[in-house]
Design a protein around this ligand. Structure first.
Ligand code: AHR
Length: 325
């Protein structure tokens, strides 16, 4: 709980720092500042909340937002970035669906003199000058938090051997890679834990359901002790399947999820999940503050992470600060 409450305080600080009170330094002609925003899709409640956050913050700052939704297709994101370059927008913001394959289009943006802010996800490149700044979660730290919760849980229940099935987010995306790496770095060398399977759920609720069915077919409820799922949408899909079984063994499975949307936090409070690692979708104010700073000629920090924590069945879940987005 301490970390969860710390998150609320830190987020309040972040909002204050980013001037998200609506009192941003409007010069009166902010509408002439055009932000080209390529959103990667609408795969989860997190993503939808993130899109809303970007739209609202752009409105508060008075910027003109040109938004394109790529419906989970990298080619569409590349096309959108090219159209922003052709339009000569002031700043390009995008949330890369996967890490690789951006160097060419970002070189074109650089040659056109348009700064690029990576929002939510990172890219893999040898050339860091292709983007001006990154703002988004520290996914590796999120994975570590999931692992730390599991170690604490195993200690508390005196478990000697726990079989873990991992439901992963979109292959080669930053949250998938880093949530997996962080988790493994915590539990990997502890003999009590065994990863029996890692399956791709693409951050979708429907795929979370599918994955859960497949896992049950392969291992049965008795062959899985822990589900570590990389986002709430997939977790809630998996939970639907587990609860439809009406089987007490399914209820004993320890469920760890990431994001912190309302439905997941309510499920935690109701004892249907065990741990919710937080990942805030409310990145819009920080992004728009950066756009304003860039236009004012100020330097941006290269990497900007919001503070995050986790809620779990070890916490006092009646605390009003335990809430989802
Ligand atoms: O990149 C952030 C991740 O993407 C969120 O955890 C997930 O819900 C979303 O789809």
């Amino acid at each position: 709980m301490r970390k969860g409450i710390a998150l609320c305080v830190a987020l309040a600080l972040l909002l204050a720092l980013t001037g998200c009170t609506g009192k941003q330094e409007s010069t009166g002609d902010n509408a002439s500042i055009v932000v080209g925003f390529s959103q990667l899709g609408a795969e989860s409640s997190w993503r939808i909340a993130n899109t809303v956050s970007m739209e609202q913050a752009a409105k508060e700052y008075g910027f003109s937002l040109m938004m394109e939704n790529a419906n989970q297709k990298q080619e569409k994101q590349i096309d959108a970035i090219r159209s922003f370059i052709a339009y000569r927008v002031d700043v390009i913001v995008f949330s890369p669906i996967v890490e690789t394959g951006w160097d060419n289009v970002l070189t074109e943006a650089k040659q056109a003199g348009i700064p690029v802010i990576l929002m939510d996800r990172m890219i893999a490149t040898q050339n860091d000058s292709l983007y001006t700044a990154y703002v988004g979660a520290d996914f590796y730290a999120e994975g570590r938090r999931a692992g730390e919760y599991l170690v604490r849980k195993a200690d508390a229940i005196g478990a000697e051997h726990l079989r873990i099935a991992e439901i992963c987010g979109t292959t080669d995306s930053t949250p998938m890679r880093d949530r997996q790496r962080g988790f493994m770095d915590v539990i990997g060398k502890d003999q009590r834990f065994e990863i029996v399977d890692s399956v791709d759920g693409d951050f979708l609720r429907s795929k979370g359901e599918e994955c859960m069915r497949e896992l049950l077919q392969k291992y049965g409820t008795d062959g899985i002790d822990v589900i570590y799922s990389h986002n709430d949408s997939m977790t809630l899909g998996a939970l639907d399947v587990l609860e439809s079984l009406n089987n007490p063994a399914a209820k004993d499975i320890i469920l760890i999820t990431v994001d912190g949307e309302k439905e997941a936090v309510e499920a935690l409070k109701a004892g249907r999940l065990n741990c919710v690692v937080q990942c805030t979708p409310h990145l819009g104010p920080a992004v728009m503050k950066m756009v304003g700073d860039l236009k004012a000629g100020r330097e941006l920090a290269k990497v900007n992470h919001p503070e995050e924590g986790y809620f779990s069945d070890f916490d006092d879940l009646t605390d009003p600060r335990v809430e989802g987005f």
